[in-house]
Ligand binder design. Structure first.
Ligand code: NDP
Length: 294
């Protein structure tokens, strides 16, 4: 068996085009463009790359992009004050605080300060609770992107056995909630899980969000399983001094057992920004009381 490749890059491009069209429709109806504010504290190089990419994608989708940079020495009060200012800004529909924040700042305190109606990352306690309760709210971008890819590939997920490996607040837990919401029977695995291979072997859907290169082996998979690899790990490349990105799943091994798999890069990664734009579009419509055209 050779697994099909799930082309997240193509799916994300298509989603971004649809969002751009709906954003233009919103601007015509509301008389203003949707706006996304990104807050970056400090100078973490990876965060700077993400923030730049988000800014570019926001503009390309016909939205306004507001970038706020604070020095690594900024106090928690200063970051919270900026969030409050963005909460009150009528031009801002979505607020994203780029994580991680410097160690002296309590991430939870900052996230909690974001207006739930502008929380396009879906990290505030209100939106976490809404997802757990099956209520409308904002859902974290990466797991929502994974669900979109799964539904596109499989259709109705009801009754399927799913395993989510990883239980972070950003990926694992919301992913499990989404799969449960889609009526899967969900197992959540983590570092204390016993006999992970046996649990993976029972699953029709495997979502790996661990951060360990190639940890999930091909022969752990149920033949024909659909595999979503969220992991992004930088390892040494074949040529000395080079590096490359790999996922949490041993890709070559999985190709021989899975029915379909997302590659790394080009699978889940591109979905995250596309869903962020989609969430911002939804926030703009809700705030302006404009119906979202289908
Ligand atoms: P975290 O480090 O927050 O969580 C990792 C999880 O993996 C934890 O729940 C941990 O368990 C679990 N884990 C660690 N070791 C094992 C093991 N041996 N067996 C089973 N479970 C284990 O990571 P994130 O959720 O933030 O990210 C996971 C991966 O996804 C990373 O590679 C990250 O780069 C990537 N990522 C990709 C994104 C994208 O856009 N594609 C977005 C976000 C993340 P425990 O809780 O017990 O410690």
């Amino acid at each position: 068996m050779t697994a099909e490749i799930i082309d997240g890059k193509a799916f994300a491009l298509d989603l971004r085009e649809r969002v751009a069209a709906l954003s233009a429709d919103f601007a015509a109806k509301a008389g203003r463009q949707p706006g996304l504010a990104v807050v970056l504290v400090g100078d973490d190089p990876a965060s700077q790359v993400y923030v730049r990419a988000k800014g570019k994608a926001t503009l390309a989708a016909g939205m306004l992009s507001f970038e706020h940079r604070l020095p690594a020495s900024a106090s928690e009060d200063e970051v919270r004050a900026l969030v409050e200012q963005l909460n009150a800004d009528a031009a801002v529909d979505g607020i994203l605080v780029q994580l991680p924040l410097p160690d002296h700042i309590d991430e939870h305190a900052v996230i909690t300060a974001i207006d739930a109606g502008k929380d396009v990352d879906g990290f505030t306690p209100e939106n976490v609770g809404r997802l757990a309760s099956g209520l409308d709210g904002f859902v974290p971008c990466t797991p929502l992107g994974c669900l979109m890819l799964l539904k596109d590939r499989i259709g109705d997920l009801a009754g399927l056995d799913a395993i989510v490996i990883g239980r972070s607040n950003i990926v694992g837990k919301p992913m499990a909630a989404l799969l449960l919401g889609a009526s899967c029977t969900v197992t959540i695995a983590h570092s204390k899980t016993r006999d992970l291979p046996a649990k993976v072997r029972a699953a029709d859907i495997v979502v790996a969000a661990v951060g360990r290169p190639g940890m999930i082996k091909g022969d752990w998979l149920k033949p024909g399983a659909t595999v979503i690899d969220v992991g992004i790990n930088r390892i040494a490349g074949d040529e000395p001094g080079t590096t490359r990105l790999v996922g949490d799943v041993d890709f070559a091994g999985a190709m021989a057992h899975a029915g379909a798999i997302t590659p790394v890069p080009g699978g889940v990664g591109p979905m995250t920004i596309a869903v962020l734009l989609r969430n911002t579009l939804v926030a703009a419509h809700r705030r302006a009381g404009v119906a979202l055209a289908r």
